[in-house]
Design a protein around this ligand. Structure first.
Ligand SMILES: Nc1ncnc2c1ncn2[C@@H]1O[C@H](COP(=O)(O)OP(=O)(O)OP(=O)(O)O)[C@@H](O)[C@H]1O
Ligand SMILES: O=P(O)(O)OC[C@H]1O[C@H](OP(=O)(O)OP(=O)(O)O)[C@H](O)[C@@H]1O
Length: 222
């Protein structure tokens, strides 16, 4: 039998929303997959032709782009940041909804007009998205790359503004920040390695179709 297809899934907050999607797509992972306490990284499913790996969100795209995994589930924020030509993103899965935004301290926003910015210093996990956004606006942007907890940067003077994901707005609020510009809406996508999509079309074609149908069913049920 051919090697199993590897589906890369991000650990963390998306995992909960992935569960009904996998179920509807007809893939039942072994129990340890949904156990956040499990230290295993690779998991079997009830289908001998499909295995799962659980990796960091940004790394899902890397595994699939290099063909180490053939399929992945990843936020469109990650695809916007890396722009991998080896990836094909055929299905919007309708989960992991949030937006990527510019935020600044509440006090600063009171007397600030983003249309008047000429230079900004921004703390972010997304330096490429940030650079592209401000370049298109004709604003000179200096990025400080962080891997998390961007919200603490303005109060400590690391950068006046941040670019980060916002969903309920709770994280911004609790850190005295307000959203001043929305850069893009974000949701999770199914990604496929382009070369594998050709060489393993018999397995990957039906799987892409199953995820498309599962996402539509969940959208209709919502
Ligand atoms: N507040 C949110 N609401 C909805 N979706 C989100 C939210 N935050 C992140 N996401 C989505 O989930 C993905 C993973 O985000 P998460 O915050 O779990 O990553 P992380 O904890 O920074 O990852 P890691 O620490 O593993 O690198 C993001 O790429 C994004 O698409
Ligand atoms: O608007 P909210 O609903 O508050 O969500 C926004 C927060 O969610 C994400 O972080 P997450 O909780 O995934 O934590 P992490 O990035 O620190 O892992 C994001 O980086 C924000 O900090």
């Amino acid at each position: 039998m051919a090697d199993p297809v590897i589906l890369a899934v991000p650990k963390g907050r998306i995992l909960e929303e992935v569960q009904p999607l996998l179920e509807r797509a007809g893939i039942r992972p072994e129990a340890a997959f949904f156990d956040e306490g499990s230290r295993a990284l690779q998991f079997k499913t009830d289908r001998p032709d499909i295995e799962l790996i659980r990796v960091r969100a940004f790394d899902v795209a890397t595994f699939v782009a290099h063909g180490a995994a053939q399929l992945g589930i990843v936020g469109s924020d990650v695809l916007m940041e890396f722009d991998y030509s080896e990836l094909y993103a055929p299905v919007d899965l309708g989960i992991g909804h949030c937006r990527i935004s510019v935020a600044e301290p509440k006090d600063m926003a009171a007397g600030d007009d983003p249309r008047e910015w000429s230079h900004v210093r921004v703390a972010t996990k997304y330096p490429h998205i940030t650079a592209r956004h401000f370049e298109a606006r004709g604003v000179q942007a200096e990025c400080v790359k962080l891997n998390g907890a961007m919200e603490i940067a303005p109060v400590l003077g690391l950068a006046g503004r941040i670019v980060d994901l916002v969903s309920s707005g709770k994280t911004l609020k609790e850190n005295g920040l307000v959203e001043v510009e929305v850069i893009a809406q974000v949701s999770a996508r199914l990604i496929v390695n382009r070369a594998a999509f050709k060489t393993r079309a018999d397995t990957l074609g039906p799987l892409v179709a199953a995820f498309r149908a599962a996402a539509e069913e969940l959208r209709d049920a919502a």
